[in-house]
Design a binder for this molecule. Structure first.
Ligand SMILES: [Zn+2]
Length: 265
């Protein structure tokens, strides 16, 4: 069990370093081929400088040739992907011992879909925008999940109409907020993202995910205002990442809204 956990964590680190390449090259329109090089001095990196997370720690966050600081985004994304692969392993681990295939299918699907959400998160934080292509690919995968899974269990079936409610109940109000505030309170990107998240979670879970997103967003917003001088009350803080974090927590814990509200009782 521990061995499996370590293997999936390392797999996550490796996928995470690939996600970094996607995030970086998607923005700069560069091709995916070619060896990785330092962005400052163009020195090509040796294999031992490409080991996820550990290379960054070993190099103390600086390029070996020119000593330029390496962005903390790289080890952070690698580490978060590792954690993602680990928590999803714990979510599905009980099936692994019963039926390997019934583990691999949902595990591969949900690690892929949450990896995509991680890319969207980093992109939204960096550029304050969610690219339509990423939202669309995510939406298609989430739509497929309605046909393939029930509560994370692989079970191909024809969905019922209520399986699609989650996509509307949250995204329509978001779109209205976007419209009425002329995009100042919330971007249209958040509404588009919410369609996919609602499909992925279904109605009761999507509601808890949204409530959690507002709580986490409020707490982090207050912290940024107090401790980070770059932020003031006019600063734009993207909501997408909070919505995605709320979705992950709701999915992992199968947290229904009444359970969430019972915390206060
Ligand atoms: Zn360099």
């Amino acid at each position: 069990m521990t061995i499996f956990a370590v293997i999936f964590f390392i797999l996550g680190l490796v996928i995470g370093s690939f996600l970094n390449v996607v995030i970086y090259r998607y923005n700069t329109q560069k091709s995916f081929g070619g060896r990785s090089a330092c962005m400052s001095c163009r020195t090509q990196l040796h294999w031992y400088e490409l080991v996820p997370l550990f290379s960054y720690l070993g190099l103390k966050g600086r390029c070996r040739s020119c000593q330029t600081k390496i962005s903390a985004q790289y080890p952070l994304v690698e580490f978060l992907t590792g954690i993602l692969f680990l928590v999803l392993f714990f979510k599905f681990k009980d099936i692994l011992y019963q039926d390997t295939l019934m583990f691999i299918i949902p595990y591969a699907f949900y690690t892929a879909i949450f990896s995509l959400l991680l890319v969207i998160t980093v992109y939204d934080i960096k550029h304050k925008i969610i690219p339509d292509v990423l939202s669309f690919v995510f939406g298609v995968l989430a739509f497929l999940s309605v046909f393939l899974f029930i509560d994370g269990v692989f079970y191909p079936h024809m969905p019922v109409i209520s399986d699609f409610f989650g996509a509307f109940v949250i995204s329509v109000p978001f779109a209205l907020i976007w419209l009425l505030s002329r995009g100042t309170w919330m971007g249209l990107g958040d509404a588009k993202l919410a369609v996919g998240l609602g499909l992925l979670l279904g109605m009761p879970l999507m509601l808890s995910a949204t409530v959690m997103a507002f709580w986490i967003g409020a707490i982090i917003g207050i912290f940024l205002l107090i401790f980070n001088k770059k932020y003031n009350r006019k600063s734009e803080v993207p909501f997408g990442p909070f919505l995605i974090l709320g979705t992950l927590i709701a999915f992992l814990c199968e947290l229904e809204i009444y359970q969430l509200l019972n915390i206060f009782n």
